[in-house]
Design a protein around this ligand. Structure first.
Ligand SMILES: C[S@@+](CC[C@H](N)C(=O)[O-])C[C@H]1O[C@@H](n2cnc3c(N)ncnc32)[C@H](O)[C@@H]1O
Length: 345
């Protein structure tokens, strides 16, 4: 039988499936979050189970277990055979706690930390001000106490995936020492150094973040090769001694004047001929997408005073700040679709 679902609406109107999908996006996010938080993937990593068996193991009722497992299966997170459920390849790789690419912390960070601001997105659009609650809005939103420390843990998983792609796409053969300004817990620099054995460098961030980075650097066996330097990029001079500087997901946090200030400070710390790299989800120059960059920009609207800028905007600022040979290298990753790079004239 041919149904309406296959042919479009019987009235000839546009199909509403796009709107239904957008209206219920939160249902998918929260299904994933509930499965992570109740331990579904961790438990199934130990062996396939039926809904009643899993209900016992998770300490939840059979009704919610069956509903949750059905939803996870429909979303591609689980597979079901003969009434027993097991993880799909993606869940097994990314959603089992303790595995190297564990991504559940990022999912929880989005659900717990960014969601309250997103639920007031209309207000952010109307007021042109962030709606994500911050304990002390008069201080930098990244300062200690203004953001949960779990943010940097969550971002580590996300940015490792980004850096894996960046490391293969961006030519770093002429770089010896690289400074990752606002480098967070060090995910990007650790991954770049892993893939480029000739590289060493410095993670620069606020003092409490440098402490987190040092732990990660030590755990990655990069002690000595990667060091940390505490600095506020709006107030302190950046350390010298590097022939490249990376700004990964930094400029989207700030407004245009603040970005010019950050870029000027970076160029002050670079020797002539040194490379400045801006890694971001770049918005298309005609501002029509792509969707991941456009939605990251919405995420900046609800959480910061910045936005995701276009490749042309970043390139313009680099030239204005005193760079030449400005060009963009494209790649595909969760946190960046390209790097805009220039050389200090
Ligand atoms: C969105 S995170 C990006 C982290 C990292 N670059 C990455 O790609 O995962 C922004 C980073 O900038 C740092 N940051 C914010 N304000 C700063 C400041 N004034 N001086 C130095 N670092 C700062 C934050 O602590 C945070 O680690």
């Amino acid at each position: 039988m041919i149904t309406e679902a296959h042919t479009g609406t019987s009235t000839g109107d546009p199909r509403p499936s796009l709107l239904i999908d957008l209206a219920t996006g939160l249902w998918k996010t929260q299904t994933l979050t509930a499965a992570i938080e109740t331990g579904v993937f961790e438990t199934l990593a130990a062996g396939a189970a039926s809904a009643p068996q899993l209900a016992v193991k998770l300490g939840i009722g059979e009704r919610p277990a069956e509903i949750l497992l059905t939803a996870c299966t429909a979303l591609g997170l689980l597979e079901q055979q003969d009434g027993r459920y097991c993880n799909t390849a993606v869940s097994d790789h990314y959603l089992v706690p303790g595995r190297p690419d564990y991504f559940g912390g990022y999912v929880q960070m989005v659900a717990q930390y960014t969601a309250p601001g997103w639920l007031r997105a209309t207000e952010a659009v109307r007021s042109d001000a962030p709606t994500k609650p911050v304990p002390d809005p008069d201080r930098n939103m990244f300062e200690e106490g203004n953001r949960p420390e779990s943010f940097w843990d969550a971002l580590f998983a996300f940015s490792t995936l980004t850096a894996r792609q960046m490391a293969g796409a961006v030519d770093l053969s002429g770089v010896r020492r690289i400074m990752d300004v606002g480098g967070g817990a060090g995910a990007t620099l650790i991954e770049l150094c892993r893939q480029h054995p000739h590289l060493s460098g410095t993670v620069v961030d606020l003092p409490h973040v440098c402490a987190l980075a040092q732990e990660r650097i030590d755990a990655a066996g990069m002690t000595g090769r990667i060091d940390t330097a505490a600095a506020d990029f709006f107030a302190d001079p950046l350390p010298s001694g590097h022939d490249a500087i990376l700004l990964s997901m930094i400029l989207h946090d700030w407004d245009e004047n603040q970005n010019r200030q950050i870029l000027a400070s970076c160029l002050d710390a670079l020797p002539s001929g040194g490379t400045l790299l801006i890694s971001e989800l770049l918005v298309d120059d005609d501002k029509s997408g792509p969707v991941d960059a456009a939605l990251m920009s919405m995420n900046m609207l609800v959480g910061t005073w910045g936005r995701n800028y276009t490749g042309a905007e970043y390139a313009g600022w680099l030239r204005e700040a005193g760079c030449d040979r400005v060009r963009t290298v494209r790649f595909d990753s969760p946190g960046a679709n390209g790097v805009v790079r220039g050389e200090k004239a």
